[in-house]
Design a protein around this ligand. Structure first.
Ligand code: ATP
Ligand code: MG
Length: 452
């Protein structure tokens, strides 16, 4: 390892440069199209680097989900080199280069600030020009393990933040002061527990403490951003590892305030709701991994959200004890609807039809359970439009609560071959929709209050 200063700026940090013989990343592991972009940029006289999750995953011997690239070329210069591209982003323009089969490689110009660092409650007036050096680009990233650069000419890893050391130690650390970085963008708390769960890494103590202390800042972020982040974790295949981290940091209760009375916060004690959620998420992981292996589409969002609400409905509304005849079911549906509309419906910006789908799954569960106990599902029930999804929901419940594995036929019955548009829309920082705010407007008052 070499300590070098790669910029002329005397204030810049020293980088640790890891030569090819000291790491396992080789050129042939990099996606061909990403390599094409890196080489073309270099040939045109620009510096170019693989960055972020791609470097992290290759270093660990995993297959990256995508290959992000950064360069000292400005967006206009990148576009000139790659005609089949477009520019996205509001303050930070980012170039998307299109390849065959709807593949996109994103190229960002090195910059000194993160989009989220600009709009947080501590915002100082944003400078007009936020392009930056390699060092500055490393400092604006979320976690040290996500702030590494790989360059293809010398095949070295460039590390300004101790990220390689943290990868070797299996450690999650924020870049810079955890409290400040969280206050600027509370979603970074979710990113920290996500990468801890995904890689089985420990969260550094001061970062853990900062997350526990600031968990109440999470609802300050726009509900749709929170929903998208939550769904990434539910579909990750390691939701079972993610959940204890989310519950013990208190982040889960911030996402689902309905659970606040049921899940003791920041503690290792396990409550009944904790156990039920753990069992359900183990089934979610098992089935999600099965769908991925088979190339089938993932379950719909409402299905997973209904599973997450099941322990709450059982504990708060005695869901499984309700009489299946008479007006009870109707009243139960109304009570559940009211609660969902007033809480997660707003907190996660769930559209009306999705909320209705969640309610349908929940209130039909006791009904299906009753008939299954009698030994069979009547023909008329099987003809109902909701039967297919509700019966699968019942099977998930049965595997989680009674350890009876979901019949493969039931999984196959719902499975359809994955289509490209089912890939969740990526919302990395700086790449959001035009005009999207990092903090919800109506929660500004709460934000100001917390700041004090
Ligand atoms: P994945 O494997 O899920 O793609 P990733 O780390 O590449 O993981 P992306 O969402 O693709 O995640 O983001 C790309 C990079 O952008 C990250 O590695 C990180 O360096 C940076 N980044 C993403 N979100 C933030 C954020 N909120 N604040 C600062 N940097 C961020
Ligand atoms: Mg990525």
């Amino acid at each position: 390892m070499r300590q070098v200063s790669l910029t002329e700026d005397p204030a810049a940090s020293e980088a640790v440069v890891i030569p090819p013989e000291q790491h396992k990343i080789t050129i042939d592991l990099i996606d061909g199209d990403a390599l094409f972009v890196l080489r073309k940029l270099n040939k045109a006289g620009y510096a170019s680097y693989l960055v972020g999750g791609g470097v992290r995953d290759l270093y660990l011997g995993n297959t990256p989900k995508d290959f992000d690239i950064c360069t000292d070329a400005r967006p206009g210069q990148i576009r000139q080199l790659f005609p089949n591209s477009r520019t996205i982003g509001r303050r930070f323009r980012l170039v998307q280069i299109f390849f065959k089969e709807a593949k996109i490689i994103e190229v960002a110009t090195l910059r000194s600030l993160s989009e989220h660092d600009l709009e947080g409650p501590e915002t100082v007036l944003a400078p007009n020009n936020t392009f930056g050096t390699l060092d500055q680009d490393a400092q604006r990233r979320d976690l040290t393990i996500n702030s590494l650069f790989y360059e293809i000419e010398n095949q070295t890893i460039i590390d300004y933040v101790g990220g390689v050391d943290d990868l070797d130690k299996s450690l999650i650390r924020f870049v810079g002061d955890p409290n400040k970085r969280i206050r600027r963008d509370p979603v970074r708390m979710l990113r920290a527990i996500r990468h801890s769960a995904r890689n089985n890494f420990t969260i550094d103590k001061s970062c853990w403490n900062a997350i526990c202390e600031h968990n109440q800042m999470l609802p300050l972020c726009p509900p749709s951003r929170l929903r998208d982040e939550l769904l990434k974790d539910l579909y990750s295949g390691v939701a079972g590892r993610w959940f204890p981290l989310a519950a013990r940091t208190g982040l889960f209760q911030q996402l689902f305030p309905l659970y606040t009375p049921l899940l003791p916060n920041n503690t290792d004690d396990t409550s009944s709701a904790f156990d039920q959620l753990s069992s359900l998420l183990a089934v979610v992981d098992r089935t999600n991994n099965y769908f991925v292996e088979q190339g089938y589409s993932r379950p719909k969002d409402f299905f997973l959200l209904a599973l997450l609400l099941l322990p709450w409905a059982i504990e708060k509304h005695s869901l499984l004890e309700v009489s299946i005849k008479g007006p009870d079911r109707f009243h139960l549906a109304n009570r559940i609807r009211d609660d969902i509309d007033q809480s997660i419906g707003i907190d996660l910006n769930l559209r009306r039809s999705l909320r209705q789908d969640i309610i349908t799954l929940l209130i039909n569960l006791p009904f299906l359970n009753y008939h299954k106990r009698k030994g069979f599902w009547p023909k008329w029930l099987k003809k109902k439009s909701y039967f297919k999804k509700c019966s699968l929901f019942f099977y998930y419940y049965q595997e989680a609560y009674n350890s009876i594995q979901i019949p493969e036929s039931a999984l196959l019955a719902r499975a359809t071959v994955k289509s490209p548009d089912q890939t969740p829309e990526k919302q990395p920082e700086g790449k959001g929709k035009r005009g999207r705010r990092k903090y919800s407007k109506h929660k500004k008052a709460l934000s100001d209050h917390i700041k004090k």
